[in-house]
Design a protein around this ligand. Structure first.
Ligand code: BGC
Length: 907
């Protein structure tokens, strides 16, 4: 390797990180050989990595390994270079790199990683449950809701504490306190996984919370997803009614000894009912501050009237570390208005549909209460809770009455923009707006993607897409966050994953979710409709089940993670093989119920699956796409399973048969399709289902014609909407795609925006043009699926797309239109920040690009002749200006601004 003798000063290695953990979050990792990634910052243009060296030292700074420099240009998810970590082992890692220019960086700042408890034998703790009467006793098949409780354990420490770790999880949701101080800032830990197979453990550094002498540890415990009923029509309890805590506190003491305080292992853990009287994910939380027990998590607290705990059996082999970030509070929003409704109720408007809860500061008499109800919309000026269906979404706070009390529910979340606050018993007046805030909560992923353009309406649509992701990435990627559902519907994330992967680093959240998908997948390969599986009945459904194949592929494409493909390979195969079996000899998936182009605006309101596109055309097209992905993925993972010479060839040949069957069944020689719909053409064009070039031309023209005939209003559902603009652009009909984008009439993307939407709606007409609420049962105002157009905005309007996995090669190829005079996409790729930004001025168009070090880009200048070779550039900033006589193809620039009216049908 050619390498310089010393650092150049212009090149530095930053952001050293492990697996899909954020920078600085290496504690309690669950893999023994965590892969490393880093970003090189350099002033050298066209910088390409020629090699790297990693130094690994142990917790005391003693070298563990300084492997030889590696001649490699890899800097994302590179293999762990030292001996695998044992449980609890800690390492500090530094990286330096050499560029192909011969220049070298200095060592990076050290990054720390520490393994959690990697094997069941590491646990001396056992799960403990409060020894209240077994809630199941006499309860028959339907035991009552488990009472939220407190658990505590007092213990002595005889030496100064050098370091301490808490390993903790629960059957239920928990928060821990040590000596009166909250441990960590996680919300709703341990999150929701397929608990029977995977339960996440958190590792906390609690060194600073312990001291020689008397200490105590305590935990709040409530049902959360584990013990609560999930799903509509009353839902069902999936996992169990018995809530339990598993905690192991390990102290390294100054005299070189260790001390362990553990649940269920001889230590004296006691339990008591908590001040949370009732708590449920859908129901909300009822908290009575008069029941608080001051000092309950401190030493010296008298717990003699607390009850004992009992051990609960549980397979510790199901325990594992968190893969992505935990849920946290990410933003606090103040009210933008407080109004009194016609019925005299105080309604707070936070100006944004968000997911989280309301925090109040209140002062009042003991026993006075605040009841907080939540909703996304108002109707007639009153809170409109009908769309929440069975979710009560009501919090109640009863005051102690001794000064200002701050309260926010712990173990619930709501999807809301409005909160109705009913105050009872406050003789000196209810809390005013200054005392109220909304706290947004979601998986604390790193924001990585931004988009803006000269049309304020489209920029607002994009902001709505971002909020839709924030609200629906609360540990599990869900359909919606407000009603009695909030489930990990597979179809929704299948279509939204590309958009999500641009906006936030969601690789960890999705990799974890995929592990649940595989865990909950049937032995026959059938993928549950929701993951974790909360439904009693499940069946194979195209696009929904295809999430098993497409989501890992998206993670590979966007984050460069081959490991996810390897980990998911068996699951991917099982699904596709199952569907190939269903398609049978004729290679068409032409039987059984399909959601297909769900929520096509022409479908009857109560039967969203009855779209204009033949559901089995959709199913067979989706199968073909999954087979193509399988073949490409098999090339990457090099799969050569037993009994098959080569997976790639196998899937490629079935894909060819399905394509031929599709063409026989659905395609006329002219290129017209038997389902003469936008979604059908979009699928056929995007998934290469039309064998002849002439047919593709004809289909492209037909698609544009259908779009025109529909008055440039949306005529597609969950399947067609994410791809219709791409299909149009691919057919040379970008102007039509822009016509769709800038349409304001219902149904369209901008229609909700102009009705004051701050998130993406589930239905195109969630609020009807006359301002009335669509009264159908299924009507969420925060569904990310139809926001999947975000991916097209990023790639085509802004013009920034990955051309090789992980953005190793970028494609910068904006297609201006829609009357826009400028647009930009900005993304923090795994290699560093990238940008594509254009503006039209004075008869020319200027394009600015930022290409991260260790990547290259292919650039297609706007207006360049089709078929011209792209310009290839290396890393650094680049700028071009080319003549561009047209203001911007498509419509004239937008009229007027945004109406920021609230969602207020019939107000
Ligand atoms: C969910 C959807 C989901 C669909 C499938 C709905 O209730 O909210 O987004 O994909 O059901 O049937």
């Amino acid at each position: 390797m050619s390498r310089a003798t010393g650092p150049t000063g212009t090149t530095a290695v930053t952001a050293v990180r492990f697996e899909h953990r954020r920078v600085g979050d290496g504690l309690g990792i669950g893999v023994a050989a965590p892969r490393l990634s880093w970003i090189t910052e350099t002033k050298v243009p066209g910088w390409w990595q020629a090699g790297y060296q990693v130094e690994v030292v142990d917790g005391r700074g003693e070298p563990v390994a300084t492997p030889e420099p590696v001649e490699s240009d890899e800097s994302v998810l590179v293999p762990w270079p030292a001996e695998p970590l044992g449980s609890r082992e800690r390492r500090r890692v530094r990286v330096r790199v050499w560029g192909s220019d011969g220049g070298a960086s200095g060592w990076s700042e050290p990054a720390e990683v520490e393994a959690g408890l990697l094997v069941p034998a590491d646990w001396s703790a056992r799960f403990v449950a409060p020894d209240f009467a077994d809630p199941a006793a006499g309860g028959g098949d339907d035991p009552p809701t488990a009472r939220p409780s407190l658990l505590r354990c007092a213990f002595e420490v005889h030496e100064p504490v050098e370091s301490a770790r808490l390993y903790v999880t629960a059957l239920g949701v928990y928060e821990v306190e040590i000596n009166g101080t909250r441990v960590g800032d996680q919300v709703l830990a341990p999150g929701w996984t397929s608990y029977d197979h995977r339960l996440r453990v958190e590792t906390f550094d609690v060194t600073g919370l312990l001291h020689p002498g008397a200490n105590a540890i305590g935990a709040w415990l409530a049902e959360g997803w584990y013990g609560g009923k999930l799903g509509w029509d009353g839902g069902r309890r999936i996992y169990g009614h018995r809530l339990a805590l598993l905690a192991q506190l390990e102290l390294a003491l100054a005299d070189g000894t260790t001390q362990t305080v553990a649940t269920g292992a001889g230590d004296r853990w006691r339990a008591h009912a908590s001040p949370i009287v009732a708590s449920g994910i859908y129901a909300g939380e009822d908290y009575d501050a008069r029941r608080e027990q001051p000092g309950w998590s401190r030493a010296g607290f008298d717990d003699r009237d607390w009850l004992p705990t009992t051990n609960v059996e549980r397979d510790l082999g199901t325990l594992g570390a968190r893969v992505g970030p935990p849920v946290r509070r990410t933003e606090t929003l103040r009210p933008v208005a407080v109004t009194t409704s016609a019925s005299g109720r105080a309604i707070v408007d936070f100006g944004q549909n968000l997911v989280g809860r309301v925090r109040v500061n209140a002062q009042g008499e003991s026993g006075s209460t605040l009841t907080i109800r939540h909703a996304e919309v108002l109707e007639g000026g009153e809170l409109c809770t009908a769309p929440l269906r069975g979710a009560a979404a009501t919090d109640r706070f009863t005051l102690r009455g001794d000064g200002v009390e701050t309260w926010e529910p712990r173990f619930t979340f709501h999807g809301f923009r409005y909160a109705e606050i009913e105050a009872q018993g406050f003789s000196a007046g209810a809390p005013g707006p200054d005392a109220i805030a909304a706290v947004a909560c979601h998986s604390d992923m790193e924001r990585t993607g931004w988009f803006s353009c000269s049309d304020e309406r489209i920029t607002q649509l994009h902001a709505n897409i971002v909020w839709g992701m924030r609200g629906n990435f609360l540990d599990v990627p869900t359909d919606c966050p407000q009603r009695d559902e909030r489930l990990g519907w597979t179809g929704d994330i299948n279509v939204f994953a590309p958009t999500a992967s641009f906006l936030y680093d969601c690789a960890g959240v999705l990799a974890s979710w995929l592990a649940d998908l595989a865990a909950d997948q049937g032995d026959d390969g059938v993928v549950p409709l929701v993951v974790p599986n909360a439904l009693e009945a499940t069946f194979p459904a195209a696009v929904w089940g295809d999430a098993a194949v497409i989501v890992p592929w998206v993670i590979y494409q966007r984050f460069g993670d081959v490991g996810v493909l390897r980990d998911q390979w068996a699951s991917m195969r099982a699904w596709v093989d199952h569907v190939v079996g269903l398609a049978g000899e004729n290679r068409l998936w032409d039987e059984g119920f399909q959601f297909a182009d769900w929520l096509d605006p022409s479908a009857p309101e109560d039967r969203p699956q009855q779209a204009r596109t033949d559901p089995h055309l959709v199913a067979t097209a989706a199968l073909c796409h999954s087979l193509d992905v399988m073949a490409a993925a098999a090339d990457v993972v090099g799969a050569r399973p037993e009994g098959r010479a080569d997976d790639a060839a196998h899937y490629r040949s079935i894909a060819a048969e399905v394509r031929a069957a599709f063409a026989r069944e659905y395609v006329a020689p002219s290129g017209l399709l038997v389902s003469d719909s936008q979604t059908a053409y979009a699928l056929a064009l995007r998934y290469a289902l039309l064998p002849e070039a002439e047919q593709r031309l004809r289909a492209g023209r037909r698609l544009a014609k259908l779009v025109r005939h529909a008055g440039h209003r949306i005529a597609t559902g969950f399947v067609g909407t994410p791809i219709v603009c791409d299909a149009l652009c691919g057919a040379g009909e970008a102007a039509s795609a822009y016509e769709l984008l800038v349409q304001e009439e219902c149904p369209s993307w901008l229609y909700p925006v102009l009705h004051g939407a701050t998130t993406v709606w589930e239905r195109w007409d969630g609020i009807k043009p006359d301002g009335s609420l669509n009264g159908v049962r299924m009507n969420s105002f925060n569904h990310y699926a139809l926001g999947a157009v975000g991916d097209w905005l990023h790639r085509t309007v802004g013009g920034l797309a990955p051309a090789a996995p992980g953005y190793r090669r970028l494609r910068i190829a904006p297609i201006p239109g829609g009357g826009l005079s400028s647009a930009s996409s900005h993304h923090r790729t795994p290699y560093g920040p990238a940008e594509s930004s254009w503006r039209i001025e004075d008869g020319s168009i200027a394009l600015d690009a930022l290409v991260p070090p260790n990547t290259t880009a292919e650039v297609v200048l706007p207006g360049a002749a089709t078929g011209r070779d792209p310009i290839r550039v290396g890393s650094g900033r680049h700028a071009w200006r080319v003549p561009y006589p047209i203001a911007s193809p498509g419509r004239p620039a937008p009229r007027g601004g945004l109406s920021r009216s609230a969602h207020r049908p019939r107000s």
